[in-house]
Design a protein around this ligand. Structure first.
Ligand code: SF4
Length: 301
């Protein structure tokens, strides 16, 4: 399946103005959502993808409030369920780049099963994790990624559960693309997002964005992340080296590795492994469009 990741008219790609929405952002001052929101628009413009060519899916959370703050086909779903509807949309129409956004709260609790199966299935979808290590929208409760013992709203003495080692968990599922970036580095974020969108040709792309939440995350602050993060491309990291990628992704004691950590383009995506779709060049959406479904629709009116 040839996924068009560029405008049919390469001389007339979109501009940032094409993604502009009249609604104003409502995030707190200093929130990392601003950086992620800016970088995804820059990445789409750089890839010459117009708003009418992409499908953007949002989970519930502070990040989800971006769903009406930029142009594009958009869907804002139920808590923890962003990946099922993103995958469904993509499998129905493989011609459209699909980008799903979720927070660490939903993605590693309510929606963790969907994350597991999206990675093991290698769905051709890009997933961007807004990782602010708490439930910001509901006023700062601990998530599965909050540091153990960290006082939070509703748990002033810290939660008793252990923190999930999220990157170790992701690598245990044999992903085909893993990247990490910091919300304060928009230039790097843009490059990582571009690569993660292009990886849809091969399967599922997981991007962990370490996001500043100055209102509720007083431990992994903007300043802390700025000091600890380094770019793996400056140290000659080989993205094909699974063992080394897992090592630098999980060892964050002294420094935090950012950039594209791992990529494998040799494993077929879920769609490519569907026997029933072998040799078919149309998509399910195109096939349904040619049929008269009015008889079935009458059941629902
Ligand atoms: Fe951003 Fe945190 Fe405010 Fe939510 S609570 S808008 S994540 S700074």
């Amino acid at each position: 399946m040839n996924i068009p990741l560029q405008s049919p008219d390469n001389t007339n790609g979109p501009s940032m103005a094409d993604y502009h929405h009249k609604n104003q952002c409502t995030w707190c001052d200093g929130c990392g959502d601003y950086g992620i929101w800016t970088a995804i628009q820059r990445a789409l413009v750089a890839l010459k993808l117009h708003p009418w060519q992409v499908f953007l899916c949002f989970d519930v959370g502070c990040h989800g409030n971006a769903s009406d703050k930029l142009m594009g086909y958009r869907f804002h779903g139920l808590h923890g369920r962003v990946l099922p509807f993103a995958a469904g949309a993509k499998l129905a129409n493989m011609d459209v780049p699909v980008i799903a956004f979720g927070g660490d709260g939903a993605s590693f609790s309510e929606g963790v099963g969907h994350l597991v199966h999206a990675i093991r299935s290698n769905y051709p979808v890009t997933f961007i994790l807004h990782n602010n290590e708490n439930y910001g929208l509901t006023t700062g409760q601990a998530s599965s990624l909050t540091w153990q013992g960290q006082p939070m709203n509703a748990s002033p003495f810290g939660i008793p559960e252990r923190t999930i080692a999220s990157m170790d968990f992701i690598f245990s599922l044999q992903p085909t693309f893993v990247a990490r970036a910091f919300s304060g580095n928009i230039k790097q974020l843009t490059e990582v997002f571009k690569a993660a969108i292009e990886h849809q040709k091969h399967g599922f792309a997981f991007v962990d964005v370490l996001q500043a939440c100055p209102t509720y995350n007083h431990f992994a602050t903007h300043e802390y992340l700025l000091e600890k993060c380094y770019d793996v491309t400056t140290e000659g990291h080989d993205v094909r080296d699974f063992g080394q990628a897992r090592k630098i992704a999980t060892d964050t004691t002294e420094r935090i590795a950012t950039g594209i950590l791992y990529q494998n383009t040799n494993i077929p995506s879920f769609y490519e492994r569907l026997e029933a779709r072998k040799g078919i060049t149309t998509t399910p959406v195109h096939e349904v469009a040619k049929r008269d479904v009015s008889e079935f629709m009458r059941e629902f009116v």
